[in-house]
Design a protein around this ligand. Structure first.
Ligand code: GLN
Length: 496
């Protein structure tokens, strides 16, 4: 029965395929049909033909959804932007190539915030993505299409990119696992650049084992990306059942003292911290004194890099070209028509921060804050194996709730931005369900009172030192077993 096939984790599907119980063709078809029906606007393109039959490798027969920021030869790749409408890359990104070499087949390209700028997927040039837990809500962003597809049974697994939280935050809002590897673990070659010193590719999956399976195929040194080094010794599948001998620091700045964390998120976080102790882990408070400045530093550094990276979209080399006899006017019109408002805002912010006279005051200072944040983590990791925090301060919010207020939107990234600034890995796993903040307690403007809202997923984040992926997956695996989250959205969010 196709419905039942869609419930399998990647690891379960691999087992059935290996034992001959499940044919890769049947499995791919079930997903191709589901993806073609896409009630969530999670996809921008879906496969029409069959998957790679007879493929060999560790992911043989597994369909995978690819965020539309990864170049795929012969398949339109837009990065969620109208400026790349119809653009067909002449080559395939290393991440996608490696998955294919492991035997996986591209199932579709997923919707995303334009150039990965956003936390709700409402910045896509191709329409918003709906959250499978409640279709009146955002799936998070910018890898919202990937997260919604995996949670909504439209893909068994997906990849995305995380610059300031874009894998972990949508994973959290959709009740799945999302992992941002160490900067340099996975090649960025062929991944359309947003902020090159922060961007990392990583998996979005239904459980921790599946995240390990994907990361195992993805990681590795790539001569086409000089910043890639891979994970030494590769990735092992996790099997640990307790947390004995492991220590976890709870930074007060991202948990206890953080403002704007919903009561339901806080409760779920504290319950999960309790589970760590029950599993034999040691937990105590720690500090990351500069983490609260993460958002300010990030929203200088990321736009600065983006303003340089996006200068190449001028109508000459990629995508559509506006008509004009004058070259400068052609550039201007192409960029005016092609970029959405958030991208324009970031280009302006970034160009300003980099302009002569301001460079030191903004960009230079933000880089120094970034170093301080990295030092804070290094100090914490002298004492602790991991640092834990909520992934998102809130559960999935309603469509439109934050679009008018960029600052409220940027605060969605409060707990996820420090890790990429420090280059370290972090994983988000679902820790349970919670209601959105009840009426009368809203702190930020634009956050509407919520009566009769459904229970929504909460994410729990584990961060570790650079290249601690294997240990982190072990810890997340043990904790995931203890949490026993049911990752199937009731009714696929239809009633919501
Ligand atoms: N939401 C953050 C932003 O808008 C992070 C995006 C990302 O990680 N790509 O920049």
């Amino acid at each position: 029965m196709p419905g039942e096939l869609l419930e399998l984790t990647v690891a379960e599907a691999i087992e059935r395929i290996r034992s001959g119980e499940l044919s890769p063709g049947e499995y791919f078809d079930a997903y191709r049909e589901a993806a073609a029906g896409d009630p969530l606007n999670a996809y921008l393109w879906t496969a029409e033909g069959a998957g790679a039959d007879g493929a060999e490798g560790q992911l043989a027969g597994i369909p995978i959804a690819i965020k539309d920021i990864f170049c795929t030869e012969g398949i339109v790749t837009t990065a969620g932007s109208r400026i790349l409408e119809g653009y067909v890359p002449p080559y395939t990104s290393t991440a996608v190539r490696r998955l294919a070499e492991a035997g996986a087949s591209v199932l579709g390209k997923t919707n995303m915030d334009e150039f990965a700028m956003g936390s709700s997927n409402e910045n896509s040039g191709y329409g918003e993505v709906l959250n499978p837990w409640d279709r009146g809500r955002v799936p998070g962003g910018s890898s919202g299409g990937s997260a919604a597809a995996v949670a909504g049974r439209l893909a068994p697994c997906a990849i995305g990119t995380d610059t300031g939280g874009s894998i972990r935050q949508p994973a959290s809002l959709c009740g799945i696992v999302g992992m941002k590897p160490t900067y340099g673990a996975v090649s960025r070659y062929g991944m359309i650049a947003f902020a090159s010193s922060l961007d990392q590719c990583g998996p979005l999956t239904r459980d921790v084992t599946d995240a390990a399976l994907l990361l195992r195929a993805l990681e590795g040194r790539d001569p086409c990306d000089s910043t890639s080094v891979g994970i030494e010794g590769g990735v092992e599948l996790p099997s640990r059942e307790d947390l004995k001998g492991l220590s976890f620091g709870v930074p007060k700045e991202l948990a206890g003292e953080a403002e704007g964390i919903e009561p339901g998120v806080r409760e779920s976080f504290e319950r999960t911290v309790g589970l760590i102790t029950e599993l034999g882990g040691e937990v105590s408070e720690t500090e990351l004194p500069h983490a609260p400045h993460g958002i300010s530093a990030y929203y200088v550094i990321a736009p600065a890099e983006a303003s340089a990276n996006l200068a190449r979209y001028d109508g000459v080399r990629f995508g559509p070209r506006a008509k004009s006899d004058d070259l400068t006017e052609m550039y201007e019109r192409t960029r005016h028509d092609g970029f959405g408002p958030e991208v324009k805002r970031r280009i302006m912010l970034g160009t300003y921060a980099l302009s002569s006279g301001y460079y030191e005051a903004y960009y230079g200072r933000a880089q120094r804050v970034r170093t301080k944040i990295a030092e804070d983590f290094a100090t914490a990791f002298e004492r602790f194996d991991f640092v834990v925090a909520p992934t998102s301060p809130t559960v999935a919010f309603q469509l439109g709730a934050r679009t008018a207020d960029p600052l409220a939107m940027y605060l969605s990234d409060y707990c996820t931005v420090p890790m990429p600034l420090a280059g370290i890995p972090a994983i988000s796993i679902p820790s349970g369900l919670a209601k959105p903040e009840p009426a009368g307690t809203q702190a930020a403007p634009g956050r509407e009172a919520e009566e009769g809202a459904p229970d929504l997923p909460v994410g729990f984040q584990i961060a570790g030192p650079a290249f601690s992926e294997n240990r982190m997956l072990e810890a997340a695996y043990a904790l995931e077993r203890a949490i026993a989250f049911d990752h199937a959205p009731p009714g696929n969010g239809e009633a919501g």
